[in-house]
Design a protein around this ligand. Sequence first.
Ligand SMILES: NC(=O)c1ccc[n+]([C@@H]2O[C@H](COP(=O)([O-])OP(=O)(O)OC[C@H]3O[C@@H](n4cnc5c(N)ncnc54)[C@H](O)[C@@H]3O)[C@@H](O)[C@H]2O)c1
Length: 464
Amino acid sequence: MKNRINRRNFIKTASLAGAGLTLLPNAAMALNTNSIKAAAKVRIAFIGVGLRGRNHVSNISKNPDAEIVAFADISAEAIAEAQKIINKDGRAKATEFSSGPTDYLKLLKMPNIDGVIISTPWEWHAKMAVDTMKAGKYAGVEVSAATTLEQCWDLVDTYEATGIPCMILENVCYGRQELALLNMVKKGVFGEVVHARCGYLHDLRGIKFNNGVEYGPKSFSEAQWRTNYSEKVNADVYPTHGLGPIALALDINRGNRFLSITSSATKSRGLHEYIVEHPKGGENHPNADINWNLGDVVTTTIKTSRGETIIVTHDTNTPRPYSLGFKLQGTNGLIEFDGLESGGIKQPDGSYLNTDRVYVEGKTEPHEWESAAKWFKEYDHPLWAKFEAEAKNTGHGGIDFFVAKEFVDSIKEKREPELDVYDAAAWSAVTPLSEMSIQEGGEPQFFPDFTRGKWMNRKSVDIL
Ligand SMILES: NC(=O)c1ccc[n+]([C@@H]2O[C@H](COP(=O)([O-])OP(=O)(O)OC[C@H]3O[C@@H](n4cnc5c(N)ncnc54)[C@H](O)[C@@H]3O)[C@@H](O)[C@H]2O)c1
């Protein structure tokens, strides 16, 4: 059974009062539910329609259960592009809000919206999700959901005060291999899990800089804001793509929880070298003088209450092919794979040698790796079997279809989304906690229990 929203379960705590929130009367919460029930279609609005937001627009626009009501973005050009997408699909023009960074608050006042997808720069995520829940609309927030522990608590406290769900839009959780992994773990293929590894190993140098080696106001899209984090913050600033699927497999917040974390970072070389060696950069380019804070490789170890360890890697400044670096080790065996159906090693004839591999004691040949392909096929997730055709042409190999569909379905069915506010808080907390650990020379930091003890009795995610 999916976790239904239990409106009697809202906990009135001192921290709620501290956050300046009061519990909504039951009548008000019922009104929210009724407004969702009354609509024939789920009415969706978007805050932030840059590259990622428009990808969501495109997916929601193909969903016959959804209506697209409004766009808010500080860029009128971004909104115009989003309008073009829905126009092509024969949809009516959405209402626009583009008069500055807080104009989205006007969008949230519209009564005919059930859910809001937030795809803005990281610093805005938690505030916009909180404002969305307070406005009585489901919040779907891009990754990571928060950048500070205070923001993580704001998300949880607002959810508990309003009874309005907040979904973290972690699309990698819906990857075909990642869901097959979940399936294998749940079916006990690897025995009892003891260790996992994951990460975000993605050469982002060409995204952190554009128009040559520019970032900030002289650039566009993520170079305008993401690169700033490499300058100012030394932490795992983007933990959830790898950690989300592993957290689901390990029942985090559902019988298990993240306990403590230690992190360390290497020196920072990649961004400086990129600037110096770029044809439009060089030793004399002003950006060559910048002292980048983010270590090229940030390595984090998380300990869980059930006694597993998880190594999470963040590596976005070095030349390398994409990988999420998955490994999961249990008492019966292990699996290692790059994730998101990475092709493997390119061969001279243009084909790919797949390197995903499994070892299961008693099932595979002793002391030999076996290709994971057969295992992924055998444990293919029913969701993929059912929706493969629809998913295929959407972003990131299909995962964007599933994450958008789950957001709409959860609203339509008036239930908790599969990836909820406690996931948003625990997974996102890795950023501030890793930063603190690095600052203290690798000292362990302790995860707050965002569920306030509910993790002990919460049921496993029911994606299966
Ligand atoms: N899940 C994934 O696979 C995936 C992929 C890419 C990006 N992302 C995430 O999506 C988010 C957006 O990334 P992006 O690549 O689209 O960046 P982007 O810079 O292309 O888009 C961000 C948009 O937000 C708008 N914006 C900024 N401040 C705003 C405000 N106050 N009100 C309204 N709009 C505002 C900008 O004008 C821009 O159009 C980020 O959090 C990123 O990490 C996730």
